[in-house]
Write a protein that binds this ligand. Structure first.
Ligand SMILES: [Fe+2]
Ligand SMILES: [Fe+2]
Length: 329
């Protein structure tokens, strides 16, 4: 794939206009982790008996009967570790993403509208890492870990992906962004008043800025995938659901350190992440938007459909982004 600018790309095409709108959005509505979050406000105080730390129903473990049967202090302790853990995985993912994005824009020619938006996005992701780390430090879970060794593995995949197969790079971007965003949105929607205000503020800011990033990854794939040659597009159509499934496990499933620390039985983990009907539905719902994208971008062929199904993340596609979940047809 060539990255040299074409006259239509720098001109007034729909893609260029969308990128300009997204870039202007980044100027008009953005947040600074140290001026927009009042970290020292009394209501942000950390209290280990505060029941607002109990894991929300939106987390498959949070609604599992085993978790609900634990003593309240244990539920709080697990909830604090889990919130810090989600932030840490988010932080690791953001750092990988920033590296990939900066590598991608190195090769853009002058005048390319992608330069401005991607630089805005990378700047926002830097702020997200500051915000997540500050929250982890304040929650005080020093032993919390993020992606661990997978992080190093992904670093090695990202460099060649950006250079030789950017379609796969942007697929990985969505594989990371969609699960975090979906979980945060459902926690926010359901958590009104019963979420710790620091977590709530951090999530609100993240969801607000993430909407632009996810839009951009969708736009990029929608523009570039249909222009790929057939073999490459076919390979991506299969890699796409596989990437979503692997990244769902990496991002939305607690690490083994959490399982060991809180002695969570195997059957509970199996059911919560993503074995019982209830959690399987969550996994399917997370990817409704990207299934819609695959339809539009020509990546939903009969073989790809089987892969989505085999991985348990098939289902109806959104007709537009962030459409509320529809019942399976
Ligand atoms: Fe982010
Ligand atoms: Fe993002």
């Amino acid at each position: 794939m060539t990255l040299s600018i074409s006259p239509e790309q720098s001109g007034d095409t729909e893609y260029a206009r969308t990128l300009r709108t997204l870039s202007e959005g980044a100027v008009n509505k953005h947040f600074d982790p140290y001026t927009d979050i009042d970290w020292d406000s009394p209501e942000f105080a950390i209290d280990p008996t505060d029941e607002r730390w109990i894991m929300p129903e939106a987390d498959p473990l949070g609604r599992h009967p085993w978790y609900k049967a634990q003593p309240i202090e244990r539920q709080i302790e697990m909830g604090m570790w889990r919130q810090a853990g989600i932030a840490k995985v988010g932080l690791d993912f953001e750092q990988l993403l920033i590296r990939g994005l900066l590598q991608y824009i190195v090769r853009l020619p002058n005048g390319d509208p992608e330069f401005r938006f991607i630089t805005h996005e990378a700047a926002e992701e830097c702020n997200h890492t500051l915000m997540f780390q500050e929250m982890i430090n304040r929650i005080g879970q020093q032993d919390v870990i993020g992606m661990g060794p997978i992080d190093r593995l992904l670093t090695m995949v990202i460099w060649p992906a950006v250079k030789y197969y950017p379609g796969f790079f942007f697929t990985m971007v969505l594989g990371g962004e969609e699960p975090i965003d979906h979980l945060q949105k459902s926690i926010l929607r359901a958590g009104e008043g019963r979420l710790h205000p620091m977590v709530e503020r951090v999530m609100q800011i993240h969801v607000a800025e993430e909407a632009r990033h996810i839009s951009f990854a969708h736009e990029w794939l929608q523009k570039n995938v249909p222009a790929m040659d057939l073999p490459n597009r076919f390979v991506l159509s299969l890699l796409f659901p596989a990437t979503m499934r692997v990244m769902l496990s990496m991002i939305a499933t607690p690490p083994k350190e959490f399982i060991e620390k809180f002695e969570i039985p195997d059957y509970v983990m199996r059911e919560a992440y993503w074995g019982n009907e209830d959690s399987r539905k969550t996994a399917r719902d997370i990817f409704a938007d990207v299934r819609g994208l695959c339809e539009k971008a020509g990546m939903m062929n009969p073989v790809a459909r089987q892969v989505w199904k085999l991985l348990g993340i098939d289902g109806p596609s959104s007709r537009y982004r962030s459409e509320p979940v529809r019942k399976a047809a």
